[in-house]
Ligand binder design. Structure first.
Ligand code: SF4
Ligand code: SF4
Length: 383
């Protein structure tokens, strides 16, 4: 869900006291602020954890304002206001204004369901820079079915048009899987018609809710091949008109992606209750100790918290990553995926064809069926 980040030349931070070896701590660029886990939708691929933070545990407005000030001082440039659905927060305008006052580029990531037009107008007035709206499909009935919410498609369309009318930059996020992958062209055309300047095509990543729905969401190899070809053609067709960001789906790749640009290297994620994570799925790895903004400053957490240092640098790696020429390119892939598929968070991401567990990924990709979705709910998965 995180929008694009950019590289910049800032000096590395000092190492934490007692730190040995080659671990260099860079400054973060992006902060994902998960304002709430509440959401009216029930997407079966939702990246929120299986156990959601309750409303009573959410950080208040003042604490978010402090977090943004500390983030700006740490070097963060962009804040992504996300959830759940950030529109579920009654103080969304005040929170956004606090980030804006700190000089942060503000990006609202929303399902569009739960943001009133009047709220959007106030957000525009206080200087919201960018909006990302997710669409589930180009066909309304299918889109509402995937979202688990009747009327979601119409609301998304209406809010996207309003965003563009208010001259706020719009990105349309498209999460691609078995049910909609054959309509990538139609979804990109919809984004263009809505006035988006950018489309982010993201294949489902299989942890959390998506792991539960893996067989129902997994596209076939033929679908993936067609989709990759379609994206090439779409980029040519919309060149100069629409930026199309897309990456190959994990289970059909030869090499893994450099997940979150490297663990503890470029970004941090604050949960609704205030825990700070190196990536939004990091809580799926047992045994990691996460610090909270309620007890620590963001700078302290970034440099010294056990979770951020667990997989920073390359010292933690095992073979085949330890001696691999790509270890500083993809950082061994996704730690959460390595744990989900092998039970060992230090293993090479099994998506990599050099991993001893890669055959397992090939076998799992072949396991597809049309089972009903288990929708995300606050009480657990519901069919
Ligand atoms: S993925 Fe769907 S269910 Fe999850 S937060 Fe986003 S809109 Fe809500
Ligand atoms: S072996 Fe490890 S470092 Fe090398 S390409 Fe595979 S995941 Fe990346």
């Amino acid at each position: 869900m995180i929008g694009g980040t950019e590289n910049r030349a800032t000096p590395p931070m000092p190492r934490p006291a007692g730190e040995q070896g080659e671990k260099i701590i860079h400054r973060p660029i992006g902060l994902l602020a998960e304002l709430t886990h509440r959401c009216p939708l029930g997407c079966p691929y939702c990246s929120n954890p299986l156990v959601l933070d309750p409303r009573q545990a959410e950080l208040d407005t003042q604490t978010w304002a402090r977090v943004f000030a500390e983030a700006a001082a740490l070097g963060v440039l962009q804040v992504h206001l996300s959830g759940g659905e950030p529109g579920a927060r009654r103080d969304l305008v005040e929170i956004t204004e606090a980030a804006h006052r700190c000089g942060l580029y503000t990006n609202l990531i929303t399902s569009a369901v739960g943001i009133a037009t009047s709220t959007l107008l106030r957000l525009a007035e206080i200087g919201l820079d960018h909006v990302q709206i997710s669409i589930q499909d180009s066909e309304p009935a299918s889109a509402d079915h995937i979202a688990g919410y009747r009327g979601a498609f119409a609301r998304k369309r209406a809010l996207a048009l309003e965003v563009v009318r208010l001259k706020i930059l719009l990105t349309v996020n498209v999460v691609v899987h078995r049910s909609n992958i054959d309509r990538i062209g139609e979804m990109v055309a919809l984004a263009r018609d809505l006035g988006a300047s950018r489309v982010e095509i993201a294949h489902v990543q299989y942890y959390g809710w998506a792991l539960r729905n893996r067989a129902a969401l997994m596209p076939s190899a033929e679908q993936v091949a067609r989709a990759l070809k379609a994206v090439d053609e779409l980029r040519r067709r919309y060149q100069g008109e629409l930026v199309i960001d897309a990456v190959a789906p994990d289970y059909y790749a030869r090499f893994p992606k450099p997940c979150v640009g490297g663990w503890g290297q470029r970004s941090l994620n604050v949960t609704p209750a205030g825990k700070v994570l190196p990536c939004h799925a990091a809580e799926s790895i047992p045994g990691l100790e996460f610090w909270s903004v309620r007890e620590h400053s963001l700078a302290d957490i970034w440099t010294s918290s056990p979770a951020f240092n667990a997989f920073r640098g390359t010292d933690w790696m095992q073979e085949p990553c330890r001696t691999c020429a790509r270890r500083d390119i993809d950082f061994g892939g996704c730690r959460c995926q390595a744990f989900a598929l092998t039970g060992d968070a230090r293993a090479a991401d099994p998506v990599c064809h050099l991993s001893p567990s890669h055959e397992q990924v090939i076998a799992l990709a072949a396991m597809q069926h049309g089972a009903p979705y288990l929708y995300r709910t606050s009480a657990g998965a519901a069919a």
